[in-house]
Design a binder for this molecule. Sequence first.
Ligand code: SF4
Length: 228
Amino acid sequence: MRIGGILDISTIDFPGKLCSVVFLSTCPFRCPYCHNYELLFNWKEVSVEEIVKAVEKNYLVDGVCVTGGEPFHQDVLKLLEKLKEVKAVKVDTNGYYPERLKKALNFIDYVAIDLKTSPEKYSELTGRGDSWDRVEKSIEVLSNSEVEWEIRTTAIPGIVWEEELKRIREVLNDLNVKTKLVLQQFRNEKVLDSNLKKIQPPSVKELRALALKYGYNTVRCGEGEFKV
Ligand code: SF4
């Protein structure tokens, strides 16, 4: 597997669980606000067995979060199957691989999927012309599954803001999505496109107001996560 590294313990990456975090490298998208961008270009090859061994022997955690990059950008099925034998498994995905996601659901306890912007602006933001159609399919896969899941949107002033959030609300209504909806705070310390460093992160007050207005039920920011 192409991997960036493994974090031994996280309290924030798996709701209700202490988890280790496996960072898988590479991703089909190029979001300008990507804060894990070194994973897009750098990796080491590590076998499934080595990753599972490292996670299994960590007795302090009861879960593992497989994140990226984009986990489904490589063949991750075997890894998820083996991890599920030793820990509860969460996957963070950008939704670009609905078929792979569907096949993997038996080995996943929790999915966090990005809904990054309005359908009309998806290509521009991600750099992939077919991105929205595929993300929409992934949301449908999750809506029709039994797995616990959440949708995450990062609020970025001037980029993913009122106009885009209003459109996302319409999409969620059309898709009849009823799950945890998380509005995340944009952070500017580490971003793929350095122009975004000039954008100030929204305040918690602004985030909360946007969440209330556009039907997000959770806000996630530097201080943690809370319901609105
Ligand atoms: S989908 Fe995630 S990992 Fe990929 S470029 Fe966008 S923010 Fe970065």
